[in-house]
Design a binder for this molecule. Structure first.
Ligand SMILES: C[S@@+](CC[C@H](N)C(=O)[O-])C[C@H]1O[C@@H](n2cnc3c(N)ncnc32)[C@H](O)[C@@H]1O
Length: 519
């Protein structure tokens, strides 16, 4: 039912002719890029163990932002200091510490003190926060009811054999939060399961993952592999924004997973984590879409790659795993075996903490995919390898190598995977490239004959300056920083070129060069 003055309402959802429980609907027409709802702070957010060391546990300022550009919204010189009691949570200021203390930390700090040396999973810390706050009257009845009505999928967890692990985690949660007197064992296990099935990823404005969050309102949004909305975050603030023009009474969807993955992989991930068969508009079309297209027909596989795949089928248990299912013919099974190998390499490189080792595996994987001639540049996991290669090249200070990967991504991948100009990942990746161009220009790097990286940086910064107002909103600190940066570089370049016209002509030549660099 539409709530007065709200641009959204929660109602029964039917997706592809099947009930999907409750869903989130727009109560008015909304233009692409507009905000639908702003949430000041989710009900719960919990940082990854690694991020607890360098991120404020109240405003989520990540002080060590690793990928170029992610630190844009954090004031230079910001550091975090540990709570003197529990030594687990860190804060960037006294004000942040005080806010978190009053939000509930004062009721859990002393319980966490004896286990200061023990790593606790983010879902345990998040569940503790919820239980402690409710026990001490810091979560109102209406929010609590909303939370308790969320699907816990306890029966599904029992069926897939994961419920034992959940019970174990729930026992620890009860003990560390000292709430055994208030909530039963089964209730805590169900709440823990609810966190697993309803939480989202807490991210920076440039989409670097920081932890998990649970919000009583936004967790009513159902999933689509072709979503019409997305969420941007700015510290604890979350905004649901339109990716496309929306009609009144249209159901709003976000994507719970990476929607650029092939059909069977998407279905498998959604089934395993959220226990549903996706019948969204894209999945209803089946596996014949862009995400599933190969560059050549399976029969056209070279004899060398036929041999490689036959060996994979013989020795690799996962070669015929159903998540890579392509078809039943001999050639289709071969292609599936090659895809299995590519995704195994992906899992392997993701586990690496040493950038040079990760780079070695990724380069091997990219060679494997490209030499097979099967993968178009935009088919996964090839773009995911390229993203990780850029991150690892930056971590290893191989800036020029990172630049060429960015140029390829900019030309060959981004327009295919994120066709909307204001797609937030397109904006974040363009920003990362702009910052890299600016850095390379500052050290006088020469990446190609005639290339002027300062001009290329200016052009990319201007692109972000224009589209971040739509992707993030003009008031978002990321959009504001992009605008400030643009004014700064524009002034510098106008000084150099004398007029806007001369500057724009010079930039146009660089746009052409950049396109060549990405081929
Ligand atoms: C975060 S909740 C979304 C709100 C949920 N529909 C409700 O009623 O509370 C996620 C759950 O919603 C359902 N769901 C979400 N997207 C769906 C979709 N595309 N098709 C079918 N079920 C979906 C699944 O049961 C999933 O586990």
């Amino acid at each position: 039912m539409a709530q007065r003055n709200h641009p959204y309402y929660i109602s029964e959802s039917t997706i592809g002719g099947h009930s999907a429980g409750k869903g989130f609907f727009s109560s008015q027409n909304v233009n692409s890029g507009e905000t639908i709802v702003t949430i000041r702070r989710p009900l719960m957010a919990s940082l990854e163990s690694e991020r607890l060391r360098d991120t404020c546990a109240n405003c989520y300022a990540w002080t060590e932002g690793s990928s170029i550009g992610s630190g844009i919204c954090v004031k230079e010189g910001t550091t975090v200091s540990a709570c003197a009691g529990c030594k687990r949570f860190r804060y960037c200021s006294k004000a942040c510490q005080k806010e978190a203390w009053n939000r509930g930390h004062k009721h859990e700090c002393k319980n966490l003190k004896p286990v200061a040396d023990r790593e606790l999973p983010k879902a345990v810390l998040g569940c503790m926060e919820i239980l402690v706050r409710r026990k001490h009257g810091l979560i109102d009845d209406q929010t609590w009811q909303l939370l308790c009505h969320l699907e816990s999928h306890v029966d599904d967890f029992k069926e897939n054999g994961n419920y034992g692990g959940i019970e174990l985690m729930a026992m620890g949660t009860s003990q560390f939060s000292a709430t055994q007197d208030t909530f039963s064992k089964d209730f805590v296990a169900a709440m823990y399961a609810r966190i697993l099935s309803n939480s989202m990823t807490l991210v920076t404005p440039t989409f670097d993952p920081l932890g998990i969050l649970l919000d009583g309102l936004l967790c009513h949004i159902n999933h689509s592999c072709d979503p019409n909305t997305y969420i941007v975050m700015d510290g604890p603030q979350m905004q649901l924004r339109a990716l496309r023009d929306l009609k009144k009474d249209e159901e709003l969807f976000i994507s719970y997973i990476d929607p650029t993955m092939p059909f069977v992989r998407r279905q498998s991930e959604l089934q395993q984590r959220w226990f549903f068969t996706c019948r969204c508009s894209k999945c209803r079309l089946g596996p014949g879409q862009q995400e599933d297209a190969w560059a050549i027909k399976p029969e056209a596989l070279s004899s060398q790659y036929k041999k490689i795949s036959d060996e994979e089928i013989k020795r690799n248990e996962q070669a015929e795993d159903e998540t890579n299912y392509t078809g039943d013919s001999v050639d289709e099974r071969r292609v599936a075996a090659l895809e299995a190998k590519a995704f195994q390499l992906y899992d392997e490189e993701q586990r690496q903490s040493d950038p040079s080792e990760a780079i070695r595996i990724i380069e091997e994987a990219i060679t494997f995919c490209t030499e097979s001639a099967l993968w178009p540049a935009h088919r996964q996991p090839l773009p995911a390898f390229r993203d990780d290669l850029i991150v690892n090249q930056l971590a290893a200070a191989n800036y020029e190598a990172a630049w060429f990967e960015c140029a390829k991504r900019h030309r060959q991948i981004i327009p295919k995977l994120y066709p909307q100009m204001h797609h937030p990942l397109r904006v974040a990746q363009t920003w990362q490239m702009a910052m890299l161009a600016q850095y390379l220009a500052s050290v006088g790097a020469e990446v190609a004959l005639g290339a002027d990286l300062a001009l290329i940086a200016a052009m990319l910064i201007n692109t972000v300056n224009v589209i971040a107002r739509m992707s993030h909103g003009a008031e978002n600190p990321f959009a504001r920083q992009a605008q400030l940066k643009f004014l700064e570089v524009e002034e510098e370049l106008l000084g150099k070129f004398g007029s806007k016209d001369a500057m724009n002509k010079a930039i146009q030549r660089q746009v052409e060069l950049l396109a060549k660099m990405g081929e």
